[in-house]
Design a protein around this ligand. Structure first.
Ligand SMILES: [Zn+2]
Length: 127
C-alpha cells in the first residue's frame, strides 16, 4: 500500500480535488494500484517548501514565485523605499512592477502589472 500525504498550499484551496485526482491518475498510469491519498494540513504548507525547480516552473508559467526571504518568518525583508514588496516580472525580469490587487486569479496570488513590458501577471504570495 502506497500512502501519499498531500498538504494543500492553502487550507480550503479549491484546486485540492483536481490535484489529488492528478496524483492518483499519474500513479495508476505507472502501475501503482494499491494506494491511498491522505490530506495533512499540519504542519501547514509554507512557500518555504517550494523547491528551486518549483519556483522556476512557476516563473516559466508566468507566475512570479514568492520573493525569497519573506517566507520563513512570515515577514517581508526585501522592501523598496516606499515599503512595497519588490516583485520581479516573470516575463522580462524587471523590478518596476506594481500591485494591482491583493487577489489575483486565486486567493493565494496577487495581481501585479509590469511597468516595463506592461504585462499583467500573478504573484504567488508568501504564506
Ligand atoms: Zn515585464
Amino acid at each position: 500500500m502506497l500512502v501519499v500525504t498531500v498538504t494543500p498550499t492553502y487550507t480550503g484551496c479549491p484546486a485540492t480535488a483536481v490535484i489529488n485526482l492528478d496524483i492518483e491518475t499519474k500513479l495508476r498510469s505507472n502501475g501503482i494500484e494499491n494506494l491511498r491519498l491522505e490530506q495533512r494540513i499540519s504542519p501547514a504548507w509554507t512557500t518555504a517548501w517550494l523547491s528551486q525547480e518549483g519556483r522556476e516552473k512557476l516563473r516559466k508559467y508566468g507566475i512570479a514565485p514568492p520573493v525569497e526571504g519573506t517566507s520563513k518568518t512570515g515577514r517581508i525583508s526585501r522592501l523598496s523605499s516606499n515599503e512595497a514588496l519588490v516583485v520581479a516580472c516573470p516575463r522580462c525580469g524587471s523590478d518596476k512592477t506594481e500591485k494591482v490587487s491583493q487577489f489575483g486569479s486565486t486567493p493565494c496570488k496577487a495581481a501585479y502589472r509590469c511597468r516595463s513590458c506592461l504585462e499583467p501577471f500573478d504573484y504567488f504570495k508568501c504564506h
